[in-house]
Every structure is written in C-alpha cells, then in structure tokens.
Write a protein that binds this ligand. Structure first.
Ligand SMILES: [Zn+2]
Ligand SMILES: [Zn+2]
Length: 399
C-alpha cells in the first residue's frame, strides 16, 4: 500500500508526465508540412489563377529604432528565407531610405516605410517617400490625408494588441494588421507559454506555429469597417530580433529568419514586377491598398497558389474588389496543399459554409462582406483532430 504522501507524489508525477506527453503530441502536430511541388494540385484551378504573386514580410524594425539587427542582417534574413520583399518600418524615421537602403538587394526588394506613433496608436505608413508625423493643429486626420495624398498606404498596426488602435473614424485609413507576430504570444495562457518554453529547444517550428491563433477581435473590427468601405488587411511580423535584458544587453530572439518564415503576406500584382525599385514599390503598395493580397501562416506550409474570386459569367473578380449583387454569381476558393485542409467562407464575419477539401464553389446568397479562411487539419493522439488557421483572404464586398 502507498502511504498518502507517496500517493500524492505519484499522482503529481503522473500529471506532469501526462502534460508533457500531451504537449509533445500537440506541438508535433503543429510541425511544417512539405511545400506542394509547383505542378501538383493546380490542375483544374490553375486556369483561374491570375496575376503574379510575391511573398513578403511586412513590419520590421532595425537598429534605426528598437530592432536588434542592422538593415544588412534583415536583408540577409529575407534572402535566406526566399522572400520577394521586406517592408522595413522603424519607429518615426525614414532614415534608412535616405541612407540608400531602399531598393533591390540581389533579387530582394527592401521597401522602407515607417511606423508612426500617433494619438490613436501605431500607424504603418508605406510608399510616402518622405518623413511624416502627427504635428500640426489638424493632428491625426491630417497625417492620414497626407499619406493618402502622397499615394501612400496607412495601416493600423497591432489594432488589438498591447498598444491597440483606437480611432476607426478616419475614412482615408487603408487597412489594418490582422496578425502581428509580436502580439500573438501575449494573449496565450500561462500553461501554453510554459509548454512553448519546454519544447522550444526540441520542436521550435511547432512551438512558434502553436502560438498563433485566429485573430477573432481584429477580424470583427475589419468586417464591421468593410460593411461601409473597402478595407485591406495584412499579416505582419513586427520583427525586432531583440528582447531587452539589462543595461545595453539584449537577447537576439526571435530571429528575423524565424519570423520571416512564420507569417507572410502574399501580394498579387496585375503584371510582373519590373526590377525598378520605385515602380515596384508603387505596384506592391497599390496592390495591398486594393486588398489584392492574403495572409499565410507560412510556418505550416507556403501557399503560393491560394485564390479567392467571385465569378460572374466569364468575368472573374479578385479579392479586394467591391461589386454589385447579381443572381447567379458564385464564389470560388482554391487552397492547394500537400495535406488535408478545410475551407470556410464567411459572410459579415459569420461562417456561411465550410468544406473539407482544396476547393469551394458556392452561389452568392446576397449582399455582404465575404472572406475565406483555410484551416489545416492536424491529428493528435489524445485530442483528436485540430483545425489550425493557415490562410486568411482579403474581402470581396458584394453591395
Ligand atoms: Zn508598434
Ligand atoms: Zn512595430
């Protein structure tokens, strides 16, 4: 017979063991899937893909503000992870642009924008070409208008994070970040973070993936605003590669490379980029403003062939568009993957229809803000099947 004290010890040890085994199985189920070979899975849907896709990491900090790495470090990380472009957004400075860092670096386009500190939160300003701030009597509305007049793009950063965005009245503001890697782990529970720490040395890919959840609140803010006007959404890395310690010391974590492989925004341009940095920056900024882009949790699997369109006769309308309602219109979603996925179509933030498989065809029931989400199906021994968010499209507004 076990004495009560020993029985308690055995019980405690069993609980810890179970927690470790369960944690291991969950994290292992979050591992990356192999990328689909370029020709596979595109069969019938290949014909519907239009435009050219470019994968980018948006919202990155360097030593010009509170980042831990130089611009050269960031460029190297972008090249190593196979990105097409990186958007540098240091706090309240466009100095890296004036210092000549903006442009192509061996095939990688480095776009230099900035993250402006405003009275309503942090605002990403891209494609402006000059320093902007919120000085002057007209304040924030004037700043947003100045960005817009200069052909730039303004995006509310981490709108539901520690420093949330608070002003949704600005009509000229183009969009918001739905995902921000720097904010994602902060809303996780103590046990989830403890599990992440335990498995970080052994299964880092799975651990990083496990920390990102569906951004319910940001999606709600987005779709509400989209009922009134077009709004674009992006996925941001908010990479710093710097955790401050004491004095001047810091930890170079999480690395730029890690975050560049975790969340990406794929931008679809009408024609191929030209190789001229100024023209290509304008093309990418314009495509993002139109909502011709989608967010991918790249840590699970790259998604270069995702598409979300509205089909009316022979006309295909891409994501980001606003169209009038007509009977017989259909929405078509394709999400080629090397494993099982689930596509869910939303109308005004509520799930409308869901399908298991790589393609969804559905008749449009009426006006609304439509967007698609794709989930990867991951099996775990103790918890059954889990659906993990992989892709979020921009919206198609049917009026
Ligand atoms: Zn910020
Ligand atoms: Zn930031």
């Amino acid at each position: 017979m076990l004495r009560p004290r020993n029985a308690l010890k055995v019980l405690a040890a069993s609980c810890v063991l179970l927690w470790i085994v369960d944690g291991f199985l969950i994290i292992r189920a979050e591992s990356p899937r192999p990328a689909l070979s370029p020709d596979a899975g595109l069969d019938a849907s290949a014909g519907s893909r239009s435009g050219t896709r470019y994968a980018g990491a948006i919202h990155v900090h360097s030593t010009y503000s509170d980042g831990g790495g130089t611009v050269a470090d960031i460029v190297r990380a972008g090249q190593r992870t196979g990105l097409d472009f990186v958007v540098l957004t240091d706090h309240d400075t466009l100095q890296p642009r004036f210092d000549g860092h903006h442009g192509y670096h061996d095939g990688l386009l480095l776009i230099v924008g900035e993250e402006v500190n405003t009275s309503a939160g942090h605002l990403l300003a891209l494609g402006v070409g000059r320093d902007v701030d919120q000085r002057g009597p007209l304040g924030l509305p004037a700043l947003v208008r100045e960005i817009s007049d200069a052909g730039g793009l303004s995006i509310a950063a981490h709108p539901t994070g520690r420093r949330p965005w608070t002003d949704w009245t600005l009509e000229e503001m183009d969009g918001l970040e739905l995902l921000n890697a720097d904010s994602e782990w902060r809303d996780d529970g103590v046990l989830e973070l403890a599990r992440a720490l335990v498995f970080m040395p052994f299964l880092p890919d799975g651990v990083f993936n496990s920390l990102i959840d569906r951004p319910d609140e940001a999606i709600r803010l987005w779709t509400h605003r989209a009922l009134r006007q077009p709004v674009t959404v992006i996925g941001s890395v908010d990479a710093h590669e710097r955790i401050p310690l004491w004095g001047e010391r810091h930890l170079s974590f999480p690395t730029y490379e890690r975050l560049f492989g975790l969340i990406r925004t794929y931008v679809i341009t009408d024609t191929e980029l030209t190789g001229d940095a100024e023209i290509d920056e304008a093309m990418l900024v314009d495509a993002i403003r139109r909502g011709s882009c989608y967010l991918v949790l790249e840590g699970y699997e790259p998604a270069p062939a995702f598409s979300f369109e509205l089909i009316r006769g022979a006309i295909r309308t891409p994501m980001g568009s606003s169209v009038g309602f007509q009977e017989g219109e259909r929405i078509h979603v394709t999400a080629p993957s090397s494993g099982p996925v689930r596509i869910r179509l939303y109308r005004n933030e509520l799930p409308l229809i869901e399908t298991e498989g790589h393609e969804l065809f559905v008749e449009v029931p009426g006006p609304g803000v439509y967007h698609a989400e794709v989930y990867q199906q991951r099996g775990t021994l103790l918890r059954g099947e889990r659906h993990r968010l992989w892709i979020i499209s921009n919206a198609i507004r049917v009026e």
